[in-house]
Design a protein around this ligand. Sequence first.
Ligand code: AVJ
Length: 333
Amino acid sequence: MVALARSPRIQPKTDETSAFEADVLAGLHATPKRLPPKYFYDGVGSQLFERITDLPEYYPTRCEMRILRDHGRDIARLVPQGATLVEFGSGSSKKARILLRALPPLAAYVPVDICGEMIEQEALELRPDFPGLKVLPVTADITQQFTLPQEALAAPVRIGFFPGSTIGNFEPHEAAAFLRNAARILGAGATLIVGADLVKPVDVLHAAYNDAAGVTAKFNLNLLVRINRELSGTFKLDTFEHHAFYNRERHRIEMHLASLKRQKVKVAGETIDFRAGETIHTENSYKYSVDSLGALARGAGWQPAGGWTDERNYFSIQAFALAKPQTTPRAGG
Ligand code: AVJ
């Protein structure tokens, strides 16, 4: 068979598309195949995720919003007036809205998200609802280095907000690296408020990632739609299937896309072979306990400063304070 010529690109490659291409090709050439979950969140993917948060089976968002409503005042005690709130992976800012209502007047709110489309839109909707508040969106990949706007750096202290159990998408060592990076970005005196999904009965977890309406399946498959569109991919969507299950040993939900048959797929001019039943591992969603997250945070230089859960203990919000920098004792003083 003669290989088809690579279809010409209309737009020149930007840094973003070439990072996407490099990550996708590396992941599809790896054994086992994998794709980074951050690429779920293009415009369509971000909208599908918003639909997931409304599903009857998907408890995390509702649990977390309940905790924020019930304990907003307690959480607010950790936030001094004039601080800047930096939200990592803000998406729709739904949770920040609840928190912002409980907080004292702030210097600024800085939502940081990989989906620029989403946060620019949200900033427009947030401003009229919080007239005194400066909303300074930053489009960035939170797993990479990024700089805060000048006004955020000028505030006496920065409060990090990392809700949604996004931390669960990271491998434990990546989560630790994220926490260290957050400490660097937020600086001295910072507090970090983290939302983490908790270990719970398997049937509850399973249902949350295998919803009856098939929205999670669509969200997972949208990654292939995105590859087809942005990287001249030839994935046939009806030949891949959504698989999600709880891995008890590793305390994580795994999402995969399984090839229903043996086939070849082209991506950015390269050929990828699939065996029948072979999967692409698209996401891990780690489930923590209050203690396991606390231990991880301590290892990254943060001290536990408060914690709240819902009545079923499905979800937790935990606060951490940056440990005071250690003065290194010098020999001979
Ligand atoms: C946004 C990472 C918290 O792990 O539950 C939802 C993403 N994946 N359904 C999660 C997701 C499938 C979600 N996080």
